[in-house]
Design a protein around this ligand. Structure first.
Ligand code: NAP
Length: 266
């Protein structure tokens, strides 16, 4: 049985990773930015799961969690850096409010089609996609803070506990949108955060080899979650599979990028 910590474990792919690891009999530490939401999420799973508060952008929160794991468990076998944002959460919230309003107020397709544009404009939603030229810097910083500096800090802080495991691993949940060979310029902040996370994966894999800690990145594919949206073709179960495999498979390499248990290009 391994002790495995999952960031952003209260919903989406993170929650499914926790569920699959728990079914395999591992000790899961489900981390949630909001403790109550973590408890609620874990109540759908087994009572063996430990729930802890963690905001990966908050140093205090990371240190409290480190103290807990150090004092109560004494070591960590696997760190899964799953927590992430794409920077469009506000827009997604607005869109679902608009969708609800349209469903409530308008019947008939013709009326709906006429109504959509002014409602979207009033909510500040335009069809224009952001590029690196116009993405607001505060948004880019928040995405980097969560998706890149968050995992970096987690790896720095938890390293002493990982070093106590005889088969330590770090799994970074990345994205194909960070693949250097296929960068399009769309989703600039998100893509950059994942390209950077991939580079960090390579650096840590090399640096931590001597301590016996394996570090890999994986892409879950386009998954039906709050982030992926309802049109995504993959289930959370498919999205979580490779992360669970990297955390638990007997013999895995280090410093690689995977999708569907196969190595892919950086
Ligand atoms: P999701 O449903 O939006 O869930 C994101 C999770 O991250 C939530 O638990 C959220 O907590 C947590 N989180 C966000 N900011 C945090 C912070 N500062 N500290 C701690 N937790 C934080 O997203 P998902 O689709 O499951 O995505 C999980 C991972 O897969 C992400 O790294 C994402 O980039 C990656 N990914 C997803 C897809 C996809 O199609 N869905 C594709 C490629 C890669 P709250 O509930 O508190 O907000």
């Amino acid at each position: 049985m391994k002790t495995i910590l999952v960031t952003g474990g209260n919903r989406g792919i993170g929650l499914e990773i926790c569920r699959q690891l728990d079914v395999l009999g591992h000790q899961v530490i489900l981390c949630s930015r909001d403790y109550e939401r973590g408890l609620l999420a874990a109540s759908q799973l087994s009572s063996n799961i430990i729930v802890k508060q963690l905001d990966v952008t908050d140093e205090q929160s990371i240190q409290s969690l480190f103290k807990y794991v150090g004092d109560e468990v004494g070591k960590l076998d696997v760190l899964i850096n799953n927590a992430g944002i794409n920077g469009s959460e506000k827009r997604q919230n607005k869109l679902s409010k608009v969708r609800d309003k349209i469903q409530k107020d308008y019947r008939g397709l013709w009326k709906m089609a006429k109504a959509v544009k002014p409602i979207l404009e009033k909510a500040g939603i335009t069809g224009k996609r952001e590029g690196a030229s116009d993405v607001p810097m505060d948004k880019a910083r928040l995405v980097m803070e969560t998706n890149f500096y968050g995992p970096w800090r987690m790896i720095q802080v938890f390293q002493p506990l990982l070093a106590k495991s005889d088969d330590a691993r770090i799994v970074n949940i990345s994205s194909g949108m960070g693949e250097l060979g296929s960068l399009t310029g769309e989703w600039p902040a998100y893509s950059l955060s994942k390209s950077s996370l991939n580079a960090l994966t390579i650096m840590f894999a090399n640096e931590l080899k001597k301590k016996g800690i394996k570090v890999n990145a994986m892409c879950p594919g386009w998954v039906k979650t709050d982030m992926g949206g309802p049109d995504a073709p993959r289930s959370v179960s498919q999205g979580a599979d490779t992360a669970v495999w990297l955390a638990t498979e007997e013999d895995i390499p280090t410093g690689k990028f995977f999708r569907d248990r196969k190595e892919i290009n950086w």
